[in-house]
Design a protein around this ligand. Sequence first.
Ligand code: NAD
Length: 284
Amino acid sequence: MSIKTIGVVGAGAMGTGIAHVAAMADYNVILRDVDMSYVDNSIQNMDKFMARSVEKGKMTEEQRRVALERIRKTVVLEDCADADFVIEAVIENIDLKKEIFQALDKICRPEVIFATNTSSMSITAIAAGTGRPDKVCGLHFFNPAQIMRLVEVIRGLETSDETISAAKTLAESFGKKTIEVKKDSPGFVVNRIMIPQFIEAARLLQEGVASVEDIDTAVKLGLNYPMGPFELMDFTGVDISYFVMEYFADELRNNQYAAPQIIKQMVRANKLGKKTGCGFYAKK
Ligand code: NAD
């Protein structure tokens, strides 16, 4: 099946980036959120991003106009009936994701592939409620999707080879490098490596071994990472890291992954990083 139109469900940080790269790669996009103000905000963010690219000479005004025109805004899930491939990027809640995939299963043509951008959750569980588990996979973009080159392509228990191949081809047509995650395992590859580093950094802070700034400096200069663990947690949202840690602890039946107290307290006190401008680098 030739893929011309991509449905993107969820117009938050990730849905915006995914819709942006899809439109830039000449696909038509149907962008859906629950409220039109979220979709409008998403388009405004794309427009700002594209304006900077025009300023830097990375794209022309004409390309910007054409890319934005390719995006159809909607709050109606049924509009995804016209999509040839759907990518879901709603909040990290498995019940909501399952509900959306079940609804899409009734709306979309039987051959349409569904991908979830979940950071950690089970592709197999999300696929199970649909009548097409062979056509469901993970397509894990990184934030910001306009810039980050990697996409993890994840196989659920019943995902077919054809689905994995089509998902890889699609992500590569967006200009991304893909890796295949052969087993549906919590956090896939990148988060399975990143989250324990966040946990160790938080434990070092909790034990008073070093400060937030010094731990970040140590990781940046000693390991040559572009960002330290606290900077990265603030950027992605401390609440997201917290939920992923607790999910790992539960799914992998291993308390080593449980969120350290300091992170739990920040989430309880609502000092969540990107959403509040607070996080570990709280404005004092
Ligand atoms: P976000 O909170 O910025 O956006 C989520 C959007 O989903 C919101 O606009 C919300 O209104 C919308 N939404 C909620 N219910 C919906 C529904 N029924 N239909 C359509 N839209 C609905 O979240 P995000 O950071 O974009 O994350 C989205 C997904 O991507 C999550 O699964 C997350 O784990 C994953 N992810 C996030 C990052 C990151 O760094 N933020 C990186 C990779 C993957």
